[in-house]
Design a binder for this molecule. Structure first.
Ligand code: GLN
Length: 289
């Protein structure tokens, strides 16, 4: 079986199983297996796979058909044009989250000062913290997660991208591990992509997400906003005046969240809802007065 035949087989298998990105998945898994880039794959269409390679490819295909995310099978995911290492301890970075990072970078660009302080709460793989630190050398980032396994991975990603010296990792619940650092009024930006899927909606998620990604990174309680509710009061305290809070959310959550923030008596001077490319509300921004 050569590369061309292997790809055709995998594609058909994936398409029959109802996978959306049959061609892409077939190519990415084979590229990973052979340790080559896309151009290399196209140049080697006639290369005959060894028996071991064919067997290993078959095994990857079977795992994918059962629903295992491609990113866990390859151990990598691209985010903001950078390669991140991922594993089942963390949510696979989503393209939608790039919207949050882009807006955050734009906001920080216009801020004066030699050093800007960013908090990334629920850092997971470190995608937000690492990509932001990489793209703006003035940033110092405090990144928090309640999973030690996630932090190990995030640290790894920070090292790979050369920003380990500017990201400090903390283990614990939300802002709690930062409470002894006297950060009140010091943060220029707080970003959070915390679990926001309503508990009742988890069973309706695609099998890749529902059966393979960490529930702890998805389940946001009854209406999905439980964890953000716990974050809000402290986030208001740690932000500077003019600092920005950015929360990734799902469809139908923005209005509720903004209303509750307004009702909490905190001094948010303006808020905005940012939509993703599919036209769904995706990020809530709130600036502290
Ligand atoms: N966007 C994720 C999904 O695909 C949810 C991420 C989160 O809860 N933070 O369901």
């Amino acid at each position: 079986m050569n590369v061309r035949e292997a790809l055709v087989k995998a594609r058909v298998f994936f398409a029959d199983a109802g996978l959306e990105n049959a061609s892409l998945d077939a190519e990415v898994l084979l590229m990973h297996l052979l340790g080559i880039e896309r151009a290399g794959l196209y140049m080697r269409f006639d290369y005959v796979l060894t028996l071991e390679e064919a067997k290993a490819y078959r095994c990857l295909i079977e795992r994918r058909v059962k629903g295992e995310p491609v990113a866990y099978l390859t151990g990598h995911k691209e985010f903001m044009g950078m390669d991140f290492i991922v594993n089942p301890a963390v949510l696979v970075p989503r393209p939608e989250t790039e919207i949050l990072v882009e807006r955050a970078l734009k906001f920080l660009e216009g801020k004066p000062g030699e050093e800007l302080l960013v908090l990334d709460i629920g850092t997971g793989s470190g995608a937000i913290a690492v990509s932001m630190a990489r793209m703006n050398s003035r940033l110092r980032v405090y990144a928090v997660d309640c999973s030690r396994d996630a932090l190990v991975l995030a640290q790894h990603n920070a090292a790979i991208h050369g920003v380990a010296g500017r990201i400090h990792f903390f283990h614990g619940d939300l802002l709690y591990p930062l409470s002894n650092l006297a950060l009140e009024g010091k943060a220029d930006l707080i970003a959070a992509n915390l679990p926001y899927v309503p508990s009742g909606d988890i069973s309706g998620l695609p099998v890749d997400v529902r059966s393979y990604e960490p529930q702890i990174a998805l389940n946001g309680g009854l209406d999905g906003l439980d964890i953000y509710r716990r974050l809000l009061p402290g986030a208001g305290d740690l932000l500077k005046s003019g600092g920005l809070l950015m929360l990734e959310i799902g469809p139908g959550q923005a209005d509720v969240l903004v209303q509750e923030m307004t009702g909490m008596g905190m001094v948010w001077c303006c808020s905005e809802i940012v939509f993703d490319y599919a036209g769904r509300e995706r990020v809530v921004l709130a600036e502290k007065e």
